[in-house]
Design a protein around this ligand. Structure first.
Ligand code: SF4
Length: 241
């Protein structure tokens, strides 16, 4: 079996709060977010034998406690992801998936097979605003919102929701309030968007939102949710009490 492979970070302390993880990137994604920091993975192919990736997991298993599948959208290569998750589990590692939520039934299947511990699900904009969702995802907003809603429901027992904040896109208190009201009572992370890392020239006209701005947004979310964190380049992850 081959994987359309985007790369590996052998040791990461930022992809799963409190864990040391190996991050495996899959190519391709059904969305086209204007800020995608991994946009090089959206086009082109690089196929590698899945055993090569298994051997990387095997080598890392004594130094990390988790494997995180990322991309691109890892659930697009479902058979490959299932096999690697099963391999990681047999190595006694935790498994996390960073997903845009477009494949709810695949997430359900992974949960049913006990192959995933945490699903890191992007809620990119208020689900009540399909037009804005279309703008942030570069896709059919109504369709994506409906899939994300389904994923939230399916994964609610093992979920961390993430929103990445960009000026000129999703950055207002009312955006965060709407999201915090719409999602289940799970951990919610507000991430500092880095426009310089994405393909959109329009977004590059703006600075990244500051830590103080993220703090303000997090205080709004905190009115509805018990577990809120912000993530910035300068300070890493901070819990909002
Ligand atoms: S969902 Fe993620 S990988 Fe896909 S285009 Fe958006 S930011 Fe990039």
């Amino acid at each position: 079996m081959e994987v359309n492979f985007g790369g590996i970070i052998p040791v990461s302390t930022v992809d799963w709060y409190g864990k040391v993880s190996m991050v495996i990137f899959f190519r391709k994604c059904p969305l086209r977010c204007p800020y995608c920091q991994n946009y090089a993975l959206l086009e082109g192919d690089e196929f590698v034998d899945i055993q090569e990736i298994e051997s990387e997991i095997e080598k890392a298993k004594d130094f990390v406690n988790a494997v995180v599948f990322s991309g691109g959208e890892p659930a697009m290569q479902f058979e490959q992801m299932k096999r690697l998750a099963d391999f990681a589990k047999r190595c006694k590692l935790l498994v996390g998936i960073e997903t845009n939520g477009c494949y709810p039934e695949r997430l359900r299947e992974l949960i049913r097979m006990k192959l995933v511990d945490v699903i890191f699900l992007d809620v990119k904009a208020p689900l009540s605003d399909p037009e804005l969702y279309a703008k942030v995802s570069g896709a059919d907003g109504k369709k994506v919102v409906s899939l994300v809603r389904k994923s939230l429901e399916i994964c609610k027992d093992r979920l961390e929701v993430r929103t990445t904040v960009f000026r000129g896109l999703v950055c207002k208190k009312e955006h965060i309030k709407a999201i915090a009201e719409e999602i289940p009572p799970v951990t919610y992370v507000i991430q500092q968007g880095r426009p310089e890392q994405g393909p959109s020239e329009e977004l590059k006209r703006y600075d990244a939102p500051s830590r103080d701005e993220l703090m303000e947004l997090a205080r709004v979310a905190r009115q509805f949710l018990s577990h809120v964190r912000i993530r910035t380049k300068e300070f890493g992850e901070e819990v909002i009490t």
